[in-house]
Design a binder for this molecule. Structure first.
Ligand code: COA
Length: 329
């Protein structure tokens, strides 16, 4: 799916993020599985990640992020009429984390539902909220992306354990005077889905699945997929919007692995200093990754009004998604 923005201009008017306090270093991981700081740094660029406390579930991470985004937008929870939460680790399957968050935030008039698109979830939710605002179905949306992947990892499997972390981010979308969002490109390849899966997590019996009920990943295949779609999706959305790669001021790719990110900037021809990188400190936080990076970029003063911002996510599904926008805050 690809589209250039049409209709009333919509943009991000508030951003927030939250990560748990607990820092888990590579050295600590090497006491749990057969790995080393050197191996993890060389293959992934990840130095440490955050891990939720036992009593913290997704909405506990999402709530502070949501509150910060709402405050920055200068609105209140009750002003929201749409709340989307992209996650693969909701508090439970139902009630949805979105409904729980809407209740806590006082968003009593809001439609609220969770969305599953692996690590691309935030990009899918962003496009969906955008579409609802443009269609006039909603005026103010909160889009949350977050995951507590530490709960679905096999803590004896070094090939997945070292990659992921916990975190959440949120943005408020509203109609604005000048166009914020310029276009989106989203895609899925279920044929490759088997390379990154959570067997036993749904109605398919474990007997028919491969794995042990934890994240199951073919790292090499996912690596090849990720490096390919980060480039193709970004190029597609830029072309559809009539923008050149040189115009991109801030590039925010899904924070999976420094090697994947370096490959993408090199292939795309975006100067590395225009890319936001925080995977070294948080690992791959799945749906939390892009809004977390967005919030950090804003806090660091790297996002300025008028900047052309390119975001691309990819992950389980296999799925991918890009958004191009002019920063209007
Ligand atoms: N520590 C030490 N050794 C490890 C290890 C770890 N944490 N994980 C794997 N290894 C070993 C493997 O067992 C293998 O050993 P072998 O050669 O004796 O079989 C060796 O390291 C090389 O494994 P390989 O899978 O070829 O490494 P790689 O260079 O492809 O790096 C990943 C592995 C997982 C880091 C890489 O494939 C990757 O980043 N893939 C994408 C993952 C991703 O981003 N997923 C989420 C997408 S949203």
């Amino acid at each position: 799916m690809i589209g250039k923005a049409q209709g009333p201009p919509v943009s991000i008017t508030g951003v927030g993020a939250y990560v748990p306090d607990r820092v888990l270093t590579n050295d600590e991981l090497s006491t749990l599985v057969d790995t080393s700081d050197e191996w993890i740094m060389e293959r992934t660029g990840i130095r440490e990640r955050r891990i939720a406390a036992p009593e913290q579930a997704l909405t506990d991470l999402a709530l502070p992020a949501a509150k910060a985004a709402i405050a920055q937008a200068g609105i209140e929870g009750k002003d929201l009429d749409l709340l989307l939460c992209a996650t693969v680790t909701p508090d439970m399957m139902f009630p949805t984390s979105s409904a729980l968050l809407a209740d806590t935030l006082g968003a009593n008039e809001a439609a609220a539902y969770d969305l599953l698109a692996g690590c691309t979830g935030f990009m899918y939710a962003l496009a969906q909220a955008y579409g609802m605002l443009v269609a006039g179905l909603a005026e103010r949306a909160l889009v949350v992306g977050g995951d507590v992947l530490s709960r679905i990892l096999d803590w004896t499997d070094r090939s997945t354990l070292v990659l992921f972390g916990d975190g959440a981010g949120a943005v408020v979308l509203e109609k604005v005077e000048k166009p914020g969002f310029l276009g989106f490109e989203l895609g899925a390849d279920g044929g490759g889905g088997i390379h990154l899966s959570l067997p036993g997590s749904g109605s398919r019996s474990m007997e028919e699945a491969t794995g042990n009920g934890y994240v199951h990943m073919n790292g090499r295949e996912v690596f090849k997929f990720a490096t390919r779609v980060l480039v193709s999706s970004a190029e597609a959305v830029l072309e559809r919007c009539g923008a050149a790669v040189e115009d991109v001021d801030v590039y925010i790719p899904h924070q999976a692995n420094v090697r994947i990110l370096d490959h993408a900037v090199q292939k795309l021809g975006i100067p590395r200093e225009r890319m936001i990188v925080n995977v070294d400190r948080y690992g791959n936080t799945s749906s939390g990754s892009i809004p977390l990076a967005l919030a950090e970029a804003q806090a660091d003063g790297r996002l300025k009004k008028g900047d052309l911002v390119l975001m691309t996510g990819m992950g389980a599904g296999l799925t991918w998604g890009s958004a191009l926008m002019e920063w209007t805050q």
